[in-house]
Design a protein around this ligand. Sequence first.
Ligand code: SAH
Ligand code: SF4
Ligand code: F3S
Length: 483
Amino acid sequence: MYNYVDLDKINLEQPAPAQEPERQYYFMAKVRELVKKQADELGRPLKVYNLVVGCQMNAKDSEKLLGILREVGYEETESEDGADLVIYNTCTVRENANQKVYGRLGYLNSLKRTNPHMMIALCGCMMQEANVVETIKKSYRFVDIVFGTHNIFKLAEILYQRMTTKKMVIDIWDGTTAIVEDLPAERKYSFKSGVNIMFGCNNFCSYCIVPHVRGRERSRNPEDIIHEIEGLVADGVVEVMLLGQNVNSYGKTLEHPISFAELLRRVEAIEGLQRIRFMTSHPKDLSDELIEVMKQSKKICRHLHLPLQSGSTRILKEMNRKYTKEQYLELAGKIRKEIPDISITTDIIVGFPGETEEDFLETMDVVEKVRYDSAFTFIYSKRTGTPAASMENQVPANLVKDRFDRLLKQVQRISTEMSSKDTGKVMDALVEGVDEKNKELLTGRLSNNVMVHFPGDPSLIGTIVPVKLEQSKGFYYIGTKVE
Ligand code: SAH
Ligand code: SF4
Ligand code: F3S
């Protein structure tokens, strides 16, 4: 957890400390001086615009970046236009995300012509790819800073380098075992927060680029995690989301190994914390101990995201997922039996190389049998450097599109049926905000991750209230607060 450090007390006459996080505090103090100078010249505070795409990991990283930038004097703004610093935190899990970044860079170039002192920084998973960095170096010379996923804690130092040398700074690390604790973070919500419990991934699913850009799996020490959550709770947080690419293998590589289930027990014991979520569970590592802990828990939410990817055992093998269709079905069945009110959601890829109509029908069969509360469906995207990219039997686009449409229809039909099953019940909702479409209504999240909209006063935001689910609207409810 961030312990407030008084930047005024840092002696800037001395050379930078070698140790982290002290080194970063030193550079924060240095950059703060430069930012203040520029702000005085302009007669207004400097503004940063941060665009974040991708998963919860990236969202959490952006909170860390914005935490550092707030310390050095930047104010956040909602668009690139008029920003003094633009940061794109990128995702590269599918190809189309990359194309969007290049598209937006063209727009940024035009903005920079009218505002030459604007700085452009690119970070996130896409920057961990050597070919991307080469392209930027060659064709996007107006970019000021490029950094990766392993050194986001170093933002102040990187900024300082750019501001003092005026040259493009490229700082990409291949990997690191270091986990730097105790840096500031800006929180998007006052009442809920993501908490990293591990970084990287060791699973190497054959289609997936994440292990290549996020590096090997590293778990944080349980004490650091508990300490961070205690701090968050003291600060008003009632719900945490424990984040990792495969939370079920948490703790295995620690000096004193502990299981994810054990970590959950310790998190549950934190007084004042009301809800615990986690993302993502790999089916191959989901233990009976975890099911038991979830079942007994008063705080762990009734929601499990259990990515299927494919229902065909043959394709699962090609994907290197390490479970069969039957094992997945058995696991899902066991979870539904032990925790009947749980909602199960999933990720599915359509059109993995070599997928036949029969393989696809196996996926449809699992969807029908598990009856997902909701599912994210993706068209397979070829990621250079992954084993699947060089498989020969890539599936023609028209076939994939047809399968994708059929899957989506089935997923939507089932999820509509599933998400109306609690109509008439009273359930607790964490009030997250005012409904965007109808300002008279509040938006709350149920334990099973389904949303409910109901009339109420905005002062309830951040609290958990009982709501009667009056009417199902397909994937959300309209309700009334129970007094
Ligand atoms: N670690 C998580 C997933 C992270 S990526 C897990 O294993 O569950 C989120 C989702 O993106 C994956 O579950 C997968 O469905 C999808 N995905 C990953 N690589 C992809 C690719 N090359 N093409 C299409 N979808 C992909
Ligand atoms: Fe990618 Fe598989 Fe790791 Fe998830 S578990 S991040 S899909 S390699
Ligand atoms: Fe994307 Fe990186 Fe997450 S590739 S899905 S932002 S780990």
